[in-house]
Design a protein around this ligand. Sequence first.
Ligand code: HC1
Ligand code: SF4
Length: 579
Amino acid sequence: MIKLTIDKKQVEVPQGTTILEAAKGIGVDIPTLCYMHLGDMGIEHKPGGCRICVVEVEGRRNLAPSCNSKCEQGMVIHTHNMRVLNARKTVMELMLSDHPFDCLVCAKSGNCDLQSTAQQLGVRELHYKGEQSTYKVDYSPSIIRDMDKCIMCRRCETMCNDVQTVGALSAVNRGFQSVVAPAFEMDLEKSTCTYCGQCVAVCPTGALTEKDHTNQLIRDLADPKKTVVVQTAPAVRAALGEEFGMEPGTLVTGKMVSALRQLGFNSVFDTDFAADLTIMEEGTELLDRLKRHLDGDKDVKLPILTSCCPGWVNFFEHHFPEMKDIPSTARSPQQMFGPIAKNYLAKEMGIKREDMIVVSIMPCLAKKYECQRDEFKVDGDPDVNYSISTRELANLIKQANMDLKTLPDEEFDNPLGESTGAGVIFGATGGVIEAAARTAYEVYTGKTLENVNFEALRGMEGIRSATVDFNGLDVNIGIAHGLGNARKLLEDIRDGKSQYHAIEIMACPGGCIGGGGQPLHHGDSSILKKRAAALYREDEGKAIRKSHENPYIIKLYEEFLGKPCGELSHKLLHTHYFD
Ligand code: HC1
Ligand code: SF4
């Protein structure tokens, strides 16, 4: 153990501890900007570049960045003396000298680490006037890059390269010209970006933000000619409350429905209904492939991979195009909801397709891009018009002078608002494959599944595996969340080493509960665990917990679709992938 003194307090820490960690251990929070600790992922990003976290070490000439300076025996450290505070202020003023002054209209205002740290340091005047960067703003379907606001913390680069292994972002150029960008400073849309949004989730400033669709929504809600319906993703209900000061893991399903109705949506539906529908289609495909495999069909593609996460779909299209016939062809629940709303519901409501606007509330930024894919349009009209993130919804609710906390609980509309517990758990890593197992088991064995909780499929480890007994048939299941973990399972498949029959992949760490459009969780995995627990609680509380028992799903097949993976399902609910 190493003994040292921090702010006149005796501290004992293990070898290798940084000054930042040692200070935290005694309740001293040194301000940081570039530093990022990603909880259970074991990733610590500490470039020591921003120098906001400097401290004085007695006997040393220079101040030391505490995030990447290790504690040494007998050190005497001052975290907030005059010299340290002046240095931090100067560093901050220099950063601000090359930062736009549009805080009042910046998408990140109020949620910006640069702004709050400048406040914390008491910066009231700027003594340095320097050259200002003037980069072209890069607008992609999901993400906006405004590099004039980049402070070169390089957190986004770590997320993109180390966690997601996508490699779309890296530092280019030197000195004043240096910036984090795709190769050759091309637009994000032309790069290998998957739109997972994990870079946005860790950006401390307004340099990376989501494309905002709230104004378009306000316009549509005000148009009397339009019928505007909304679907809400599973993970939103487990995190929206955080934007209103509620504890992580507080379920706000009923309050969210109430808020959406008050915002003026004609009907409030649930993506969870479409998740049940996805299980009918994807589960049928899984059983079909399994049966062909058992019959000795050498051409059958196993393992089958889930296909509901658009960031993941973008990833395999860019990075593993030769494997694009392995994932399920089932569309994501978001994209199943759209055609059912515009082909089935619109008829029931007696309105024309072109007069219906379908909006989705998603924890995800890739969903914004997914809506716009050409294969999900009919004569240019998207099945889902656009997607709003959890954060955008929170802002809209605040704009409408509502406090989510005080709203009454209300129920979803029907027929597309009824869901089972299986649909709810889609939002947590492992949930999609657990939902599929509940239905596939009963369809395959013809027996009732007494315990629907497949505990072995749950958890937060990046790669998990479990074997589910289908009455004598061992079905090997793999789960990966985070694209870096997905890459490992894909490489095994490519090398012929995979033993799995089915794999669930979600692009974001934690699954959709950790999506790039959720309230920022700053890599705190305890928040993700609480959100996941909330979804499993909602599942436990549901009267029906298997997708194939959803009465409205049964009715939809009887009245409209025919059978799972039938002709109409293939036309409306399945897709194909591109190189
Ligand atoms: Fe998801 Fe899905 S679970 S992808 O994570 O399959 O975004 O929540 O809506 O479509 O249902 C996201 C969440 C979501 C879809 C479903
Ligand atoms: Fe990388 Fe995801 Fe950001 Fe794209 S959205 S740049 S893939 S982290």
